[in-house]
Design a protein around this ligand. Structure first.
Ligand code: SF4
Ligand code: MG
Length: 330
């Protein structure tokens, strides 16, 4: 079967006065129709740049996609014109952000913003668009949608604004929804409701989802597969079940150890010592070697490559390469 999204060796750099920032370097992953992929990592790991690259929304200059392919239903969107991208965005893929206030237009009603998207992408008139917009607001759980449709973003609570953002994103029924930390700015109860909503709508509308988060709990709750990123590189990829029960990469192990559980919640949270390296001054060898408890001689000097383990597991670590003493059968 053809993949919905196939990202191959994607690299996005930023050319700044201080030097080149290697925000994203050689990242590959794919998504089936209707699948949810969690992309997880600390801040500065390249998660948001991945999302913006797929949407072709990287600010340029200083940013530039320097290498790779992004195939959407087999079609490389890096070769599309601006006009073609405008049609693809909203219609085939859409994105929601951490703070909907920055993505929503403050001087336009939420109804206008949904209708605008419908009028651009779908063959509907104003009345039909309004009916659809009300229906969409109902779908995302905004009470009294016939009235709230004429509200401005500031008249809604944080949670309701995120629901409105989701309504705008999904109104044209895209096959891919990218969510960049959609619940980080919300309190825990609202966070759970929004995740539930995304999960339910994704099932109803058969939408694939990329869920970007620093929270492994969110990944566990909603994803089929997970991509673990660190300093702009992919460290590990696999099904949520496999990665959570049997992490291969030392960074993934460390991330999992930092999740508070019933047993260790009394203790101080285990955090990984050290810091994510500067993306304009990356260390030699494995990017994680400055923080890795299993670091070997070779890790300091040579970059590990992606090793493919049984099935579609991927890991970038010398422990699994023959020259690092590993056995790629994993
Ligand atoms: Fe640790 Fe070496 Fe693996 Fe990097 S390559 S994660 S330093 S063991
Ligand atoms: Mg981010």
């Amino acid at each position: 079967v053809e993949k919905l999204l196939d990202v191959k060796n994607l690299s996005t750099y930023f050319y700044t006065e201080e030097g080149v920032v290697y925000a994203l370097d050689d990242v590959s992953f794919s998504l089936e129709k209707g699948e949810t992929l969690g992309i997880v990592g600390e801040s500065g790991s390249g998660k948001s740049v991945t999302a913006l690259s797929i949407m072709r929304l990287v600010q340029s200059p200083p940013g530039r996609i320097v290498d790779g392919k992004i195939l959407l239903e087999g079609d490389n969107i890096l070769l599309k014109s601006k006009e073609e991208m405008q049609d693809i965005r909203g219609n085939k893929m859409a994105m929601i952000f951490q703070e909907p206030m920055t993505a929503l237009n403050p001087v336009l009603t939420i109804g206008y913003q949904i209708m605008e998207s419908l009028l651009i992408h779908q063959n509907v008139n104003k009345n039909e668009a309004r009916v659809k917009a009300i229906d969409m607001l109902r779908k995302v759980g905004i009470p009294n949608p016939e009235k709230r449709i004429d509200d401005y973003p500031h008249q809604l609570s944080g949670g309701m604004r995120q629901r409105a953002m989701i309504a705008i994103a999904l109104c044209c029924n895209p096959s891919l929804l990218i969510c960049d930390e959609p619940t980080t700015a919300l309190d825990v109860t609202i966070q759970a409701q929004i995740l539930d909503l995304i999960n339910r709508l994704k099932e109803d509308m058969d939408t694939a989802v990329i869920m970007i988060t620093h929270d492994l709990g969110v990944v566990a709750q909603i994803s089929d597969n997970v991509l673990v990123m660190y300093a702009g590189k992919e460290m590990e990829y696999g099904s949520v079940r496999e990665v959570f029960t049997d992490p291969k990469h030392p960074y993934t192990e460390a991330l999992l150890a930092s999740i508070p559980t019933v047993e260790n919640k009394q203790d101080r949270l285990h955090v990984i010592d050290g810091m994510v390296p500067s993306l304009s001054n990356l260390p030699q060898g494995c990017l994680f070697h400055t923080r890795c408890g299993k670091c070997m001689e070779i890790c300091r000097v040579e970059k590990p490559r992606i090793t493919y383990l049984n099935g579609n597991r991927q890991v970038r670590c010398w422990l699994y390469e023959e020259r690092g003493g590993g056995n790629s059968a994993g």
